[in-house]
Design a protein around this ligand. Structure first.
Ligand SMILES: C[S@@+](CC[C@H](N)C(=O)[O-])C[C@H]1O[C@@H](n2cnc3c(N)ncnc32)[C@H](O)[C@@H]1O
Length: 266
């Protein structure tokens, strides 16, 4: 891959680098990794992705879901992610690599049967980048391979597509977390700026109201808001067959899956 292409680290990846330990603790406190691994296994079952398939978790973060899938009998699961700090929490797993999504096709060709992005990951990319990322995933997949990602089931409102039942513009408390044996309070706020959803996490030690005077930290994560219809048309433009939408029990996001044809090049 060209150094030019990979030099710029996307802002969200930088946020995950700054936020890695806290992100991991939030995920653990919500049983997020187990729930995601179960949802991904259910999706594989619906699509017929077998236990011997070569699988890439392309937003593997700490690698926890890679480990859980390996433990569930998937024999050839690898992970990649853009955040060096989240990857560092994987404990140096050899099946895990640092790769940005735009470089997926340069990191290998035709060497995987399923690429998945789960836990509302892919919408971190700008909508304008998604056609290029889908093309890179297409190049990475073997013929007949699946691209699978999840996205929010946005609802249409007067202001545009929005997350249902979520307050905007106010910090809402989340359960406390323990990081390096230090108890932290945590709150988050949702805002929209056109077709971007912005989630700010604010956190600090000690008492919440005192911290507001004494100091706290904030991290911003942004998500592109786009319709399922747009996602499906970008996939088809990249060469994939007609996409499928899958609602998986106990998983709040919607999975979209599309297969690389076995018989034609893009
Ligand atoms: C919502 S987290 C999900 C991580 C993991 N799948 C989970 O559920 O815990 C999104 C992940 O996408 C990764 N990411 C964001 N933008 C990326 C990019 N352009 N290339 C590679 N990884 C990226 C982040 O580093 C982060 O690990």
């Amino acid at each position: 891959m060209s150094p030019e292409k990979s030099r710029h680290i996307p802002d969200n990846v930088q946020s995950y680098n700054n936020f890695a330990l806290i992100y991991d603790q939030i995920a653990l406190s919500r049983n997020h990794y187990e729930r995601q691994a179960n949802a991904v296994c259910d999706t594989f079952e619906v699509l017929g992705v077998s236990k011997s398939a070569r699988i890439l978790d392309a937003s593997c973060g700490t690698g926890a879901v890679v480990n859980l899938l390996q433990g569930s009998g998937f024999e050839q699961v690898k992970g990649s992610d853009g955040s060096s700090c989240l990857l560092a929490l994987s404990g140096g797993e050899r099946s895990i690599q640092q790769v940005l999504w735009r470089d997926l096709g340069d990191a290998g060709r035709g060497d995987v049967d399923a690429i998945f992005f789960a836990g509302h990951s892919l919408p971190h990319a700008e909508a304008s980048e998604l056609p290029q990322i889908f093309a890179a995933a297409y190049d990475r997949l073997a013929p007949g391979g699946w691209i699978i990602f999840d996205m929010r089931n946005w609802v249409e409102t007067e202001a545009g597509l929005r997350e249902p039942n979520r307050a905007t513009g106010i910090f809402e408390p989340l359960p406390e977390i323990l990081v390096n044996e230090k108890r932290l309070w945590l709150a988050h706020r949702c805002d929209y700026d056109k077709d971007r959803q912005k989630i700010t996490y604010r956190y600090g030690g000690g008492d919440y109201s005192q911290s507001l005077d004494n100091g706290f930290d904030e991290i911003l994560l942004e998500y592109s808001v786009f319709s399922r219809h747009s996602a499906c048309s970008w996939l088809k433009a990249a060469g994939f067959d007609e996409p499928k939408e899958l609602s998986i029990p106990n998983w709040s996001y919607l999975f979209i899956a599309a297969q690389k044809p076995t018989d034609r090049e893009r």
